[in-house]
Design a protein around this ligand. Structure first.
Ligand code: URP
Ligand code: ZN
Ligand code: ZN
Ligand code: ZN
Length: 473
C-alpha cells in the first residue's frame, strides 16, 4: 500500500497542538515528525508515493460519531440513509468512524437484530463502523444474550426510558440490565426521558387540537428529561454501573449529570449539534409543517430558557464529554409527512452525520471551545468511551491512518443545493454558513475526499470489534 507524507500542517490532538509532519505507511500512521525531518539524511518526501501539503491547515484525527441510526425502522418507516449513503456523507464531513445501533425489540432475539445489522452494513460502508446494541425488551432471554455481546465486539448497549410500547424499559428492567452490564463490563447508554408521562401530555395536547410539530417539544418537557436523567443516575448507582446519557438537551439534565460527577459517580453525557444551534422558538416560527424537520427526541429546547448556552458551557467544562449526531434522517415526503395531522406520528430524528465536525468547529471560531477540545469532543473521547482508542481518535505511530486535513480559512455553505450528501429531501441545517472546510479525508490510509471530490468506495469500511470502554471505573 501507499506511503503518504503530510507536511507543513498543525497537528491538533486532544492533548494539544504542534507543527508536525505525519508519515503514513499503508493503513497506519508510521511517524509524527518535526517539520522537515529527514531519515538518515534522506529527504522523506522523495521516498513516498504522495506528499500532501497541509501548510496553513489543521491535521486532525478523523471524527468518530458514536451515535447514528442508518436504516433504522421508526414509526412505520425507515431512516432514509443507508449504510452506503450515510457513511459516504460522513466521509464528506471528516467523520471516519461511526457507531450505529443494532436493534432488538420486545419479543425479538438480540442475536437476530445484530445479524440483521451486519447484513445491512457489510460491504456497504465507506468508513469503518461498529455497533452498540439496543435492548428494547429486557427479559431473561435478552439478559442472557448480553453475555455474548463482548465477543461480538459490542461493549455498549442502549436502553430507553421513553417510547412505551416500542423500545421502553421500566425501572425494574433498567435495573436488571444495569446489574448485568456491571457484571460484564458493558457501558449502559440511556435515552433518559419519562416516556409514560410524555405520552399523557402528548395525548392531552392532541385532544386540544395542538397537533403541529412544535408541540412535540412541549409534550417532551425538560422536567421529564431531568427526572429521567436523575432516575437513571440513581439506578446506575444502585447497580454500580457506569452510565452514559445520550442526546442530552435540557440544562437541568446537564445539572443532574454535573452534580453526580461532582459526587464521584461514573456518569457521562453526550449532546448533539442540534441542541447547540437549533431551538424550540425557531421550530414554532417555521412556516406550515416545516418544523417537522426538527422533530427529534430529546426535543429542541427554548433558547430563551438558556439551554443552548448551558450546553456549550458544559462542553467547555466537561460536564458533557462528547458530541455525536444521533443521525436519524427522515425525508419530509412520505416520512415526516406521516405526522402532518398529529405530531406524534412524525418519525423522530435529524440528519447531521455530514456536518458534525464543521458545526463543532464553529465553537472554536466563536471562542467557546479550544481547538484541542474540538478534537477531544468529536474524536478522542468517543474513541476512548467506546473502546476504539489507539486505533481511532489519535494521530500516533500504530494508529489507523484516519486523518482529516481541515482548512480554517476555507468556507462551507450547507444546504440542499450546496454541501449535502445525505440521502434526504431537505436539510435541517439549510443556510448554515461554516467558517472552515474539510479538504482531505483519509481512512486507514485510503483517500476518501480529495479536493472537493469523493474518491472513496463502498465496502472500504470495516466492522470494528470494540474493546471495553476506558471509562468503566
Ligand atoms: O429523535 C431521535 N433521537 N431519533 C432516533 C432514536 C433515538 O432515540 O435516538
Ligand atoms: Zn434516543
Ligand atoms: Zn439515537
Ligand atoms: Zn479548502
Amino acid at each position: 500500500m501507499a506511503t503518504i507524507l503530510i507536511t507543513g500542517g498543525t497537528v491538533i490532538q486532544a492533548t494539544g497542538e504542534t507543527a508536525a509532519d505525519v508519515l503514513i505507511d499503508g493503513e497506519q500512521i508510521a511517524a509524527v515528525l518535526a517539520p522537515g525531518s529527514t531519515l538518515l539524511g534522506h529527504d522523506l518526501a522523495a521516498g513516498v508515493d504522495r506528499v500532501i501539503d497541509a501548510a496553513g491547515k489543521y491535521v486532525i484525527p478523523g471524527g468518530v460519531d458514536a451515535h447514528t441510526h442508518m436504516e433504522m425502522p421508526f414509526g412505520g418507516t425507515e431512516a432514509c440513509d443507508t449504510f452506503e449513503t450515510g457513511t459516504r456523507a460522513a466521509a464528506w464531513g471528516g467523520t471516519t468512524t461511526i457507531i450505529d445501533f443494532a436493534i432488538q425489540r420486545s419479543g425479538e432475539q438480540v442475536e437476530d437484530g445484530l445479524a440483521q445489522w451486519h447484513r445491512k452494513a457489510d460491504g456497504n460502508c465507506a468508513i469503518d463502523y461498529g455497533f452498540h446494541q439496543i435492548i428494547g425488551g429486557v427479559d431473561e432471554q435478552s439478559l442472557k444474550a448480553m453475555d455474548t455481546l463482548i465477543d461480538e465486539g459490542i461493549t455498549s448497549y442502549k436502553l430507553f426510558m421513553a417510547y412505551p410500547g416500542v423500545f421502553y424499559s421500566d425501572d425494574a428492567q433498567v435495573l436488571r440490565a444495569m446489574q448485568k452490564a456491571s457484571e460484564l463490563g458493558l457501558l449502559t447508554m440511556m435515552h433518559a426521558e419519562n416516556g409514560p408521562a410524555i405520552d399523557v401530555l402528548a395525548e392531552q395536547l392532541v385532544e386540544r387540537g395542538k397537533t403541529s410539530p412544535y408541540y412535540h417539544g412541549i409534550a417532551r418537557a425538560w422536567q421529564l428529561e431531568e427526572e429521567a436523567t436523575h432516575r437513571a443516575i440513581m439506578l446506575a448507582d444502585v447497580a454500580r454501573a457506569p452510565l452514559y446519557v445520550v442526546h442530552v438537551s435540557a440544562k437541568q439534565a446537564v445539572a443532574q449529570l454535573a452534580a453526580a460527577r461532582g459526587e464521584g459517580k461514573n456518569v457521562f453525557g453526550e449532546t448533539c449539534p442540534q441542541y447547540l444551534y437549533l431551538s424550540l422558538e425557531e421550530q414554532l416560527g417555521a412556516p406550515g409543517f416545516e418544523g417537522a424537520k426538527w422533530v427529534c427526541s430529546t426535543p429542541l429546547r427554548s433558547r430563551a430558557e438558556g439551554h443552548q448556552d448551558a450546553i456549550w458551557q458544559a462542553l467547555r467544562g466537561n460536564d458533557l464529554q462528547m458530541v455525536s449526531t444521533d443521525h436519524c434522517p427522515f425525508c419530509m415526503k412520505d416520512q415526516k409527512e406521516l405526522g402532518v395531522d398529529d405530531f406524534r406520528a412524525i418519525p423522530n430524528g435529524i440528519g447531521s452525520v455530514e456536518h458534525r465536525m464543521n458545526l463543532l468547529y464553529q465553537g472554536v471560531v466563536t471562542g467557546r471551545i479550544s481547538r484541542p477540545r474540538w478534537v477531544e469532543l468529536t474524536s478522542t473521547t468517543p474513541a476512548r468511551m467506546f473502546g476504539l482508542y489507539g486505533r481511532k481518535g489519535v494521530i500516533a505511530p500504530g494508529a489507523d491512518a484516519d486523518v482529516v486535513i481541515y482548512d480554517p480559512n476555507g468556507h462551507t455553505s450547507i444546504g440542499l443545493q450546496k454541501t449535502h450528501h445525505m440521502n434526504m429531501d431537505h436539510s435541517a441545517w439549510e443556510g448554515f454558513e461554516i467558517d472552515g472546510h474539510v479538504d482531505l479525508v483519509l481512512s486507514r490510509g485510503a483517500v476518501l475526499i480529495d479536493d472537493g471530490a469523493y474518491v472513496g468506495r463502498k465496502g472500504h469500511g470495516r466492522y470494528l470489534k470494540r474493546d471495553l470502554s476506558q471509562y468503566l471505573n
